[in-house]
Design a protein around this ligand. Structure first.
Ligand code: AMP
Ligand code: ZN
Length: 114
């Protein structure tokens, strides 16, 4: 999608610090980290949010969690724990309208709201 920031990152038109890539998924460091580890994991396919996935995307979502599990192992934050967040829509404050999963780790994380 032309005017989408994360599509531009996927295409390499905007630089990012990539930590994982395959045919369907890209993971890169958040530009404004909220924890020592703050990775964004995105599908390469433009999907606006979790509210916009279809049945056929469900395998891809599963793969994204597989990538997160692999990264937690490789980057050494699996044992201490981490948090995965996806902001969906207005009330959650989603700013980039391309589905993404925040992976936060490396410190005791702040307030738990659920
Ligand atoms: P959200 O508020 O859930 O939509 O999260 C969007 C995230 O994208 C924020 O954590 C931003 O810091 C991050 N972000 C914005 N621009 C960039 C960029 N060019 N590279 C990496 N992360 C970015
Ligand atoms: Zn996009």
């Amino acid at each position: 999608m032309e005017d989408c920031l994360f599509c531009k990152i996927v295409k390499g038109e905007i630089p990012s610090q990539i930590v994982y890539e395959d045919d369907e998924i890209l993971a890169f460091n958040d530009i404004s980290p909220q924890a020592p580890v703050h990775i964004l994991v995105v599908p390469k396919k433009h999907i606006i949010s979790l509210a916009h996935i279809t049945k056929e995307d469900e395998t891809l979502i599963g793969k994204i969690y597989g990538v997160i599990n692999k990264l937690s192992d490789e980057k050494g934050f699996k044992q201490d724990g981490y948090r995965v967040i996806t902001n969906c829509g207005e009330n959650a404050g989603q700013t980039v309208k391309h589905l993404h999963f925040h992976v936060l780790a490396g410190k005791k994380l702040g307030e738990k709201i659920v």
